[in-house]
Design a binder for this molecule. Structure first.
Ligand code: COD
Ligand code: ZN
Length: 364
């Protein structure tokens, strides 16, 4: 099958034929129907995030089940599925305490399936699976718990986006911050994921939603997803601007949705006393952010990490599906570009070049 392979950081993805082995016990073979272009893959491509290489990237995917390995009971051939990039073991402390997004076995098996082997290879060379999804390919083999079934007529691009940016962004607002009605919110970074924090805040009836981005086009786009105010840090100090918009207090909730120490500090400093700072982005490996420990105590801020929207993918993705179907989440409007798999390097130049909304590969 055809797949886009990353052999080395800062090199283009190579579109080539590689082998995909059949699913083992508890695994599912999926024909990929849609794959979203998310910045997390770009962090790996640029060497800002560590991953075993070579690898097939792509963690925002959906598709149709082709066949299943022994013991699989949740899905059958022909089923349409959202792919979760944190499949879960169901046995570790975190799975048992309702935090499947933090599954230990998933964390302990990076780049492979749960048995520490790959189904992807080229001849004798092992090729890793990014997020146990690896959807920049015509097909994938994934763990059964990484498959969330949707109706057979649910659109595949929208399903793919629920697999990452919708659940990550809306979940950050809904499950992690638990935004309360009327509160003030600032979202630093309004790309595919940040836009979903913005629309999550709208859904939760936030009072003011301040979009912060260095790109004017993205700020304008964010207004269509519920932002009530915009701030461009290239034009003025974002912390001062957010304070001004919140009666001098700072925002009740701030979100970092780009991945850098600079944007983390913007989010941290723009939160009011007693406010909550939710960090969604992963800063480059080795980066550090200086938080004043005295101010942390005296100002009683809460600084929290948030992975996969603090969601339980198998339970919460169907909620996103329902909210979309009820017209409460706009996923159609997020999709601004579609590509063929062989245009993937262009797709990543576009996200890095500042195109608003989400790109999706729809032809394989
Ligand atoms: N201030 C404000 N905005 C900025 C700044 C800045 N200094 N610099 C860049 N931005 C904006 C960009 O203009 C862009 O609009 C936005 O930040 C980022 O958007 P995208 O579309 O490029 O990125 P997303 O939304 O696809 O991804 C954002 C993440 C934070 C999810 C990603 O970068 C990340 O850190 N991923 C790692 C965390 C993780 O693994 N999450 C789970 C899988 S996504
Ligand atoms: Zn993503």
């Amino acid at each position: 099958m055809k797949a886009a392979v990353l052999y080395e950081a800062n090199q283009p993805l190579v579109l080539e034929d590689i082998e995909l082995d059949p699913p083992k016990a508890g695994e599912v073979h999926v024909k990929i129907g849609a794959a979203g272009i998310c910045r997390s893959d770009l962090h790996v491509m640029k060497g800002e995030a560590n991953h075993l290489l070579p690898a097939v990237l792509g963690h925002e995917g959906s598709g149709t089940v082709l066949d299943v390995g022994p013991g699989v009971s949740r899905v059958r051939p022909g089923d349409r599925v959202i792919l979760s990039f944190v499949p879960y073991c169901g046995h570790c402390h975190f799975c048992l305490t309702g935090r499947a997004n933090l599954c230990d076995l998933h964390g302990a098996t990076p780049g492979t399936l749960f048995d520490k082997t790959t189904r992807l290879h080229k001849g004798a060379q092992r090729i890793h699976h990014y997020g146990k999804v690896a959807c920049f390919a015509q097909e994938a083999v994934v763990p059964e718990t990484g498959c969330i079934p949707v109706a057979k007529d649910f659109p595949l691009p929208q399903a793919a986006l629920i697999g990452c940016c919708v659940t990550t962004g809306v979940g950050a607002a809904m499950f992690n911050a638990k935004i309360t009605p009327g509160s003030t919110v600032a979202v630093v970074g309004c790309g595919g994921v940040g836009l979903n924090v913005v629309q999550g805040a709208r859904l939760l009836n936030a009072g003011k939603v301040i979009a912060v981005d260095i790109n004017e086009g993205k700020l304008e786009f964010a207004m269509g997803f519920g932002a009530t105010h915009t701030v461009n840090p290239t034009l003025r100090d974002p912390v001062a601007a957010i304070k001004e918009l919140t009666g001098g207090l700072g925002a009740d909730y701030t979100f970092e949705v780009f991945g850098s120490s600079e944007t983390l500090l913007t989010a941290y400093n723009a939160a009011r006393k007693g406010g909550t700072v939710v960090v969604v982005g992963l800063a480059p490996v080795g980066d550090n952010a200086a938080i004043d420990p005295v101010a942390l105590v005296r100002q009683e801020k809460t600084l929290k990490g948030c992975y996969y929207g603090s969601s339980r993918p198998a339970l919460d993705m169907p909620v996103m599906v329902q909210l979309y179907q009820a017209g409460k989440l706009d996923i159609d409007g997020l999709i601004t570009r579609t590509y063929r798999l062989d245009q993937i390097n262009q797709a990543y130049r576009d996200i890095d070049g500042g195109e608003a909304g989400r790109g999706v590969i729809t032809q394989f």
